[in-house]
Design a protein around this ligand. Structure first.
Ligand SMILES: [Zn+2]
Length: 289
């Protein structure tokens, strides 16, 4: 190669690296928010991304499926999930998390405080211990500042919900995400009994987008709850032809009566919201960086 050619070659390499660095920086520094309700079959998995930060709420029933999905939404060079939230220790919510904890660097795991004797729960706890991942128990009133514009507020469980719970669902972590005027409510598999108690304690307020509790079970999401939360959109994370008959017709009727848009993962696949500015409404569709 002549001297002149070598200089051009060298400049071209610098330019390409500069461009890659610039693109990565735009992504990492971005304050656009994306919330993806992943189609993981019968279970829940929700990925909240803001720039280089990711929060994963639940992991669905299959590790392989979840890792495939994360591969679509998290760039290959980003091997870190900042916070993993396990709403409660049922297999359709935590099985996928075991593989995520194995394959990604996770800064912090937040659990409900409810425990289970299942193998999958034990496997999750073992990885958290082995990898010395920080663990926190979610408590009503906790507030997590994700960035200047984004906040995640823990509405439940209370200490009483975890102690008195007859089943793991009652201790489900309930969280409200706000981004400017936009708000999302995540409910895990919260049963109606606890939902009603939380309503009495004025813990709910109007939101835009609601993740329907317990895959649309008729034992959750009362008319009164929908009246207070008053969402425009309701996401039902559910597997096609599941053996529980989810979502229940009663819940679908309650949503239709109130003209709430129903978005089901078994019909639509992943349901993704992109929020490009705190002043604008979040819209369905992925964010462009
Ligand atoms: Zn569930």
């Amino acid at each position: 190669m002549s001297k002149r050619k070598s200089i051009y070659f060298f400049l071209a390499i610098i330019f390409i690296f500069g461009l890659i660095f610039f693109r990565i920086n735009v992504y990492v520094e971005s304050h656009k928010l994306q919330v993806a309700f992943l189609d993981v079959g019968q279970g829940d998995a929700i990925l909240i991304s803001e720039g280089g930060k990711q929060i994963l709420i639940d992991g669905g029933p299959s590790g392989q499926k979840l890792l495939e999905k994360l591969g679509e939404y998290v760039p290959f060079w980003d091997r870190k999930i900042d916070i993993v939230i396990a709403t409660h220790p049922d297999a359709d919510h935590i099985t996928g998390l075991v593989d995520v904890l194995k394959n990604y660097a996770v800064d912090e795991v937040i659990e409900s405080g409810a425990e289970s004797q299942s193998q999958v729960f034990k496997a999750m706890e073992k990885i958290i211990e082995d990898k010395k991942i920080e663990k926190q128990i979610a408590r009503q009133g906790m507030n997590m500042k994700i960035s200047t514009d984004t906040e995640l507020k823990i509405l439940g469980p209370s200490e009483m919900d975890t102690k008195n719970s007859k089943d793991t669902n009652s201790a489900s972590i309930v969280a409200r995400l706000s981004f400017g005027k936009n708000s999302f409510l995540f409910t895990g598999d919260l049963p109606m009994e606890v939902e009603t108690r939380m309503l009495k304690n004025n813990l709910f307020s109007a939101i835009n987008i609601l993740k329907i509790s317990h895959h649309g079970s008729r034992f959750a999401t009362s008319g009164q709850f929908l009246g207070i939360t008053n969402p425009q959109d309701a996401i039902i994370s559910v597997g096609k032809g599941n053996r529980y008959g989810h979502p229940a017709n009663e819940v679908l009727d309650r949503l239709r009566e109130r003209k709430i848009n129903i978005l089901r993962t078994d019909d639509l696949g992943d349901v993704v919201y992109g929020c490009d500015n705190i002043k604008n409404e979040c819209k369905t569709g992925t964010i462009n960086y």
